[in-house]
Design a protein around this ligand. Structure first.
Ligand SMILES: [Cu+2]
Length: 119
C-alpha cells in the first residue's frame, strides 16, 4: 500500500526513456543542424558538408527575418517563420551530391542553395 506512491515516479521515467530510445535504434544517427537566414538572409549554414549515406536528420532553424524552408532529396520542411524550427528526416540510399534549396520565390536564385555530399 505504501509503495503506491513510489511506483508513479519510475513509470514517468520509463515514458521518458521510451521517447528517447527509438532514435538510438538506428545504426548511425546523423544529425545536421541547418540554419536558414544566417550569415545573411538568403543563406544556409549547415553543421556538416558531408554525411554518410543512410538516415539523416536535419534540424532546420530559421534565424532570418522572413519565411524560409529547406528542401533536399525530395523532402521539404514547411515554411518556417522567423525563429521557428522543424526536424526533417531524409534517407539517402546512394552516395552522391544532393542539392538543397529554399523554395520560396527568388530565394535559391539569391543564393539560398547548396550541395550536400553523401558518401
Ligand atoms: Cu528562403
Amino acid at each position: 500500500m505504501s509503495g503506491k506512491g513510489l511506483i508513479a515516479v519510475p513509470a514517468s521515467i520509463a515514458v521518458a526513456l521510451a521517447i528517447v530510445l527509438p532514435a538510438s535504434g538506428a545504426s548511425t544517427a546523423t544529425v545536421v543542424n541547418v540554419t536558414a537566414g544566417k550569415p545573411s538572409e538568403l543563406k544556409f549554414t549547415l553543421s556538416k558538408k558531408s554525411v554518410a549515406k543512410g538516415v539523416v536528420t536535419f534540424k532546420v532553424t530559421n534565424k532570418g527575418m522572413i519565411e524560409h524552408d529547406f528542401k533536399i532529396g525530395g523532402k521539404a520542411t514547411k515554411k518556417l517563420k522567423a525563429g521557428q524550427s522543424q526536424t526533417l528526416k531524409v534517407t539517402f540510399k546512394k552516395a552522391g551530391k544532393f542539392p538543397y534549396i529554399c523554395t520560396l520565390p527568388g530565394h535559391a536564385a539569391g543564393g539560398m542553395k547548396g550541395v550536400l555530399a553523401v558518401k
